[in-house]
Design a protein around this ligand. Sequence first.
Ligand code: HEC
Length: 181
Amino acid sequence: MDRKSFSAGVGLGIVGFILVLLVVVLAIVYSGAYNIAATVDHTPFVRWAFSTTMHNSARDRAVSAGAQPEFSQSMVERGAAEYKSMCQHCHAGPGAERSAWAEGMLPQPPHLIEAASEWEPNEIFWLVKHGVKMTGMPAFGPTHDDDTLWSIAAFVQQLPGMTAQRYAAYEGEASNGSHGD
Ligand code: HEC
């Protein structure tokens, strides 16, 4: 086989491989083979792909979130009240559990008492402003101004290591996100 027909063969092989891959992907999409039930975890590959995409996408985009204002104690206090009413029912708080229905979400909203230490304040701001597709994490940007979102970031940043007493001492009413209980 001369060099030309060898590279033509390799080219055909690649095209064939891509076609087969496309057919497999379409078969999975149309057949309903992938279980979308929130009661069944993702395959390890899909979980890894989603979680890595989310982390890298948020980190990359947060750089353009704008300059972080200096955090004051009054901002943290304001953020605490917002957190209790808008976030605690999914993410829990020191000494405060999340709502029972949040246990049925997939992915599970993480306890920010631990998870917040993985994120910089501008990344928390970005996540809260824009939300996260296909996870249930809402975007609060369309309904809240940047000042409010920065105050939430200021408070969330202080969550790791916060005692239950200190959390309870902040003003604000916990909402469980549903009516009647
Ligand atoms: C309806 C439930 C729900 C509400 C309400 C909610 N979140 Fe989330 N949040 C989620 C879910 C689900 C994720 C994605 C978890 C994942 O994929 O790792 C998430 C992710 C996050 C993350 C990234 C944490 C990580 O390491 O995965 C932060 C930070 C965050 N939320 C902050 C907030 C704040 C602050 C509020 C309130 C303003 C809030 N969230 C309200 C469900 C919620």
